[in-house]
Design a protein around this ligand. Structure first.
Ligand SMILES: N[C@@H](CCC(=O)N[C@@H](CS)C(=O)NCC(=O)O)C(=O)O
Length: 371
């Protein structure tokens, strides 16, 4: 194109826009305002467009879970789910919708989970999912993690008769592992670093890993230690198996939502923090009504009043009802109560709280201030 043709092309465009402007102005100036208004609407939509609104409109939360891990998420014979991950879904529903009953559970394999988030099949994952850089980053899976709900580590289980006491004794052996997991990668890293040769026998889900191990396809099975404890507890001859002392990795398990949705991730984050804060302040399912009366009657109880939504309107700042902490605690109890129910000494799985205690009791669970 010559300089002249570019010039005449530009003039042409300019005059066309000028003419359209004139026509619009002469016909009806309100059209211009409507047009500008719509531009405003579009950008407003972009900022309010969140899965959180969709969940509220639908009146139901769709939670992606495993469904196969006793103590975490397990489908009972009566068709209902139970476990720590399930109670996290129930707490989310109580916080977002005011009722812990408004949840639908979608069982997902490890490989299916991130696709299910991406396609919108589920609103969030509460599925023994390890928080790591590759999953968090936009260049990776691009999900947003809520605070960690269970600090785990990878382990190995062997039968007692194998006489294996340490992972170095697994040289030249087969190890059963689930694919699409951090477990697969950690196994490779840990064994490579120690110069141990092994053959991974890969399966799609936990049940298959266990079946492979029981059938003797491998001498050891590896997974998060919580899953190994859950599996071990489900064996009739539980004492015939041991979980080795070796911890191969850090596996901080956290709920996750699709990245780039601040409204939903804010809401999820503060539901988890509400569970932890409530434990810190001794707010329990059994005393929540008393605590609420106490807070309402005593203006000096500023912290309690804020947490329970008597003052401060904290919930509305993260897209939740101001009574969200009360709604959650009435439904599930605090984090400690959830833990005791599914993993405590009276439960079937029984995992000592250790790192999963609140910081005041030597654990890693801490909530930023609710203020
Ligand atoms: N925390 C690890 C592993 C979690 C995991 O999904 N493990 C496998 C078992 S090896 C699994 O699918 N477990 C539950 C199931 O089978 O539904 C991760 O996030 O990758």
């Amino acid at each position: 194109m010559t300089k002249e043709t570019i010039q005449s092309f530009c003039n042409n465009i300019k005059s066309k826009f000028f003419n359209i402007g004139k026509i619009l102005a002469s016909r009806n100036t309100t059209i211009i305002f409507l047009f500008l208004g719509c531009v405003g609407c579009a950008s407003l939509n972009n900022t309010t467009n969140s899965r959180l609104e969709l969940i509220k409109k639908r009146g139901e939360l769709i939670c992606g879970v495993s469904g196969k891990i006793p103590g975490f998420s397990f489908l009972k014979t009566n068709g209902t789910y139970e476990g720590l991950d399930i109670d996290i879904c129930r707490a989310m529903a109580a916080g977002i919708l005011g009722s812990s009953e408004k949840v639908k559970y979608r069982p997902l394999t490890a490989t299916e989970r991130f696709t299910a988030l991406k396609t919108g099949e589920v609103d969030l994952l509460s599925r023994n999912t390890t928080f790591n850089l590759s999953r968090d980053g936009i260049g990776g899976n691009g999900v947003t993690f809520a605070p960690v709900v269970f600090h785990d580590g990878q382990g190995l289980m062997v039968s007692k008769v194998s006489n294996i006491k340490d992972l170095t004794e697994l040289d030249g052996e087969n190890v059963c592992v689930g694919s699409g997991t951090t477990t697969e990668q950690n196994l490779n890293d840990a064994f490579l670093e120690k110069g141990i040769n092994y053959t991974p026998i890969k399966y799609q889900d936990l049940n298959q890993v266990v079946a492979g191990y029981i059938k003797g396809r491998c001498i050891a099975m590896t997974s998060d230690r919580s899953q190994l404890a859950a599996v071990k507890s489900s064996f009739k001859n539980s004492d015939d198996h041991i979980i080795l002392e070796n911890v191969l990795s850090k596996e901080p398990l956290a709920p996750a939502s699709l990245g780039g949705d601040q409204k939903l991730s804010d809401a999820m984050r503060w539901v988890i923090y509400a569970l932890i804060t409530a434990e810190e302040y001794g707010i329990r399912q059994s005393n929540i009504d008393e605590k609420l009366i106490e807070a309402r009657n005593n203006p000096k109880l500023v912290t309690l009043r804020r947490i329970l939504g008597v003052d401060g309107q904290l919930g509305s700042k993260v897209g939740l009802n101001n009574s969200f902490v009360v709604d959650i605690i009435k439904s599930t109890g605090n984090y400690g109560e959830i833990y005791e129910r599914h993993l405590g000494p009276e439960s079937k799985v029984r995992i000592p709280r250790g790192l999963n205690n609140i910081y005041k009791k030597g654990g890693l669970l801490i909530s930023p201030p609710m203020k």
